[in-house]
Design a protein around this ligand. Sequence first.
Ligand SMILES: [Zn+2]
Ligand SMILES: [Zn+2]
Length: 361
Amino acid sequence: MTNPDPQPAAAEQAATWCAMEMQAPGRPLQQVWRQRLPQPAAGQVRIQVSACGVCRTDLHVVDGELPWPGHPVVPGHEIVGRISALGAGVTGLARGQRVGVPWLGWTCGSCEYCREGRENLCPQASFTGWQLAGGYAEHVLADARYVFELPPAYDDAQAAPLLCAGLIGWRAYVMAGAQARRIGLYGFGAAAHLIAQVAARQGREVYAYTRPGDTAAQALARQLGAVWAGDSDQPAPQALDAALLFAPVGALVPTALQAVRPGGRVVCAGIHMSDIPSFPYRWLWGERRIVSVANLTRQDGVDFMRVAAELPLQVSAHTYPLAQANQALDDLRAGRFAGAAVLECRASSDAEPAPRDAAWR
Ligand SMILES: [Zn+2]
Ligand SMILES: [Zn+2]
């Protein structure tokens, strides 16, 4: 085979690396082997991935609950790795530097939202692990403007969940409002287990609601500072100032609305949710608000990484080898672990089978 790279380094010609790719929605990911390393275009960096978090959004992509982008998808947007190549014009980053790549992968920079500092709402934005190749892979390209420095106190597997669970959780937490003292977290998974710690350390009371009977998640919640943890179908022990919904269950919206006091907020943090059942207007009455959180801005990343560095947070990372990405997704769907799932993506160039199903791109 000839290598189609224009000017590949000798070592890169021989490289073989793998990614877990979704070729159609609703189908398991397939392990694919690639013969050449991706070359960073101007403004991009190539990253040798060491860990990638498994987010509920990945499940929504794989399960076809988000629109299909029209090409095979390598999921994963909680990427931790080291820069292995710099494209033209990249400044302020160096080979070997550890960085994180989040969900927001590119924005236009010129629309009304981008100019207002709300790039999370840019209608032309591209997202990592959906429109852009993600981190369920040994190597990935990223726009150099959208990578973060990571707090050194966290190892690679611990740092991965900060990049979405932490960041989106942080954005939802900020939206709860500075005056919210009693905060309910509905769905105690990767995001809630991080934000519970931030909230508790900042003097808020955390009430953790889990799937009925999920005593492992309830125990983790108490250990991380929740004053109360119980089943999501139980009544709230206190009227809440805000409720953050991390579970993709629309029926929790009216439940949470009944749990918040007048003036309180219900913040829906997921990208997808089952339909919200109808409910009587009096549950919303009293200036209660329902809001959603969409994506993140780079400023959210800077702010949250500073908080994560200061606290620091205890990260419950349940690790899987990259090749077991389907198992990790299944376990997330079934709620089989407490905390966050993380794929370990160490380069396996000595260990791969004969290349098959190689994708050339
Ligand atoms: Zn824009
Ligand atoms: Zn995510």
